[in-house]
Write a protein that binds this ligand. Sequence first.
Ligand SMILES: NC(=O)c1ccc[n+]([C@@H]2O[C@H](COP(=O)([O-])OP(=O)(O)OC[C@H]3O[C@@H](n4cnc5c(N)ncnc54)[C@H](O)[C@@H]3O)[C@@H](O)[C@H]2O)c1
Length: 378
Amino acid sequence: MPSLFLFLTNQMSKLGIALIGCGGISLQNHLPGLAMCPDVAVVALCDTDGTTLARASAQTGLDAAFTDYTEVMRRDDVQAVIVATPNVVHAELVLAAIAAGKHVFCEKPMAINYADALSMYQAAERAKVCHMTAFTYRFVPAMRYMGHLIRQGAVGQPYHFRSCRLQDWGTRNIGWRQVQKLAGTGELGDMLSHRIDYAHFLIGEMERLVADTKRFHNVRDGKPSDLEDWVTILADYKVGASGVLESSKVATGRGESAASQDYVEVNGSEGSIVFQLEQPHQLQVTKKGEKALRVISVPQEFLKWPGSPRDPLAGDPLFSFRYDQSFEFIDAIRNQRPCSPSFFDGALAQGVMDAAVKSATDRRWIEVGHLGQDLKQS
Ligand SMILES: NC(=O)c1ccc[n+]([C@@H]2O[C@H](COP(=O)([O-])OP(=O)(O)OC[C@H]3O[C@@H](n4cnc5c(N)ncnc54)[C@H](O)[C@@H]3O)[C@@H](O)[C@H]2O)c1
């Protein structure tokens, strides 16, 4: 029976993944991303909502579907777990996965507070499992190329980091995202967490910040909302740059999702670079002595993550870069190396988020320059 033997060997050599939380991001991002990765099989699905679970089961053809995550953690065919639930349960699920010896990918924001994020990072490090968080926009070709140019010295000494995320979500009900006990924070964790990470990626850690938040709608489609629709942070970075970060759900008429405003600019002593998510394969640049921005194309070698099997010219470039995130997780597990971005990056951003909440509440500047060192020594 050589063919059955080969079939069984192939099945056994596949990396088994469980999806916990089978809602929007799992179906739109994780399933197609994992499908692109060689020798990977989604072997279990878990969602507390029966209808969502049935839909995911139908989409994947998988009948290993559970409403209780503890059943998933007990399975020997699951080597890695993807946690894509509302933020409030990330810590519980991730810690259970780590305790069961699984590699773990956790959606952003990693937790609802820094203490939880820290315990997740420490547990993963102690257990020596691969750990990754979903700062998905690091995978945009233009963002990766921008980081490369800055590290090569294209802007010189960074003076300013500026990021602006504007969407129009109007007054529609946004489910768990508008409920503090499920989400932790509103626009801060939902959207600004990515931009906090952009700055870490592009110019390094923050030294101090002052923040403000505002809720414009206490009710969304008849359901109460107790979280902010807008957040801003004014920051000093360790490299000496100033930072201005703003994110809004109520920028009327600005649209939403990938086609709306996601703007990042770094100005330095030698030049400036502008990133806009709407143009994921382009940057705008200028240098000392020039008077205006000019458009440059992202070079071929930056159009996909190193080693990714994705064809960078196939599909919609506003979405397809997301699949490289799955590749990074799988490739790190296979090659027994750290993932990027990891729980370190997730916890660092969470520390900044906690400080932003405190600053907005206490109406004062907060020092955050110790966070990275604290994490490294923890
Ligand atoms: N990286 C990104 O770009 C990105 C984009 C969107 C969402 N996210 C993050 O992904 C996570 C999920 O967001 P979403 O938009 O998919 O939400 P969603 O509401 O569409 O899906 C979440 C699912 O989790 C399920 N769930 C809740 N508690 C559970 C539990 N204890 N066990 C198992 N399942 C449970 C819910 O029933 C729901 O089906 C959030 O943390 C969000 O911030 C990240």
